[in-house]
Design a protein around this ligand. Structure first.
Ligand code: IDP
Ligand code: MG
Length: 140
């Protein structure tokens, strides 16, 4: 299995509750290395572009409103099989269905406000990283 990178967001429910360090501890314990990290306020346009794939879904408006409701932390994570590994560490989209010990099971309060984003493929990881990071801001 090769070392790869994935894109992560600590969502506004995480910054609001001041638990970004606690979430990062879970990420690092899972042998994922935070090689890029920046705290930003996402604009509406950025959130709409980022979640474009969901624009026909009934929760799209709610999702964009949530993602712009406060600061987020955008991250690049590096490790063995990082895309799949991070999806495992995050847990199911709905925290009620997430496995014990996952970030969403431990920290999330609803399917919408579910604390973290992680890319679902290596191809999307590249696209998502490029939306928020310059090459020089990732130091592996
Ligand atoms: P994922 O984040 O686990 O990949 P997706 O299905 O790609 O899940 O959905 C993107 C995001 O949209 C979720 O993380 C969550 O914040 C939000 N979302 C997904 N399903 C619902 C829903 O049924 N109601 C409200 N928000 C949702
Ligand atoms: Mg997704």
């Amino acid at each position: 299995m090769a070392t790869e990178r994935t894109f992560s967001i600590l969502k506004p429910d995480a910054t609001k509750r001041n638990i970004t360090g606690a979430v990062n501890a879970v990420i690092e314990k899972a042998a994922l290395r935070i090689v890029g990290q920046r705290r930003i306020q996402m604009s509406r346009a950025q959130a709409e572009t980022f979640y474009e794939i969901h624009k026909e879904r009934p929760f799209f408006g709610e999702l964009v409103t949530f993602m712009t409701s406060g600061p987020v932390v955008v991250q690049v994570l590096e490790g063995e099989n990082a895309v799949a590994r991070y999806r495992e560490v995050m847990g199911a989209t709905n925290p009620a269905q997430a496995a014990e010990g996952t970030i969403r099971k431990t920290f999330s309060e609803s399917v919408g406000e579910n604390t973290v984003h992680g890319s679902d493929s290596a191809e999307n990881a590249k696209i998502e990283i490029a939306q928020f990071f310059e090459d020089g801001d990732i130091v592996g």
